[in-house]
Design a protein around this ligand. Sequence first.
Ligand code: CTP
Ligand code: MG
Length: 169
Amino acid sequence: MLNELLQLFGAAIWFILPAYVANAAPVVVGGGAAIDGGRRFTDGRPIFGPGKTIRGFVAGLIAGSVVGVLQGVIMGQPYTYAMLGLLLALGALVGDLFGSFIKRRLNIARGGAAPGLDQLGFIVAALLFASPLMLPSWGVILTILIITAPIHLATNFGSYKLGLKNMPY
Ligand code: CTP
Ligand code: MG
């Protein structure tokens, strides 16, 4: 029983790792010009807001893809994993952008909390982007969905304590 759970947990982390890294990298190296260029949507509020930067997006894409390449080297399937890493990273970043778009429409300021969306939006998008190439078993997908929110909250709290983030969540 414990063995199976540990195996599920390991398979989940292994599969989704490029998305986690893509989501975390902008916190460390993000900043600078906003993707929306400060422009506003038809409702007068920011399209994405100043928390979504070009540098953060590019850094996340590169960092997540590098993880995919390393996984490919380890697994002896460089092309598959490189492509998977790229798709997972792109999906995580686009999902995060989409989440910010929704938050701005709901009048939640940059950095404000949107429980659920903040923790899971990027991961659902990552899985959707990866799906044309490869999806893990339903058990692994379910495990990813269960473990991501606590991991996201824990790493965000750590980043906050380290002074990398303004909000603890
Ligand atoms: N970040 C970035 N570029 C991105 C995504 C994130 O530079 N594409 C950086 C920003 O400094 C951001 C931080 O990572 O403040 C944390 O990301 P996130 O929590 O997603 O952004 P928020 O500031 O909370 O903004 P939002 O309310 O739009 O989610
Ligand atoms: Mg946030």
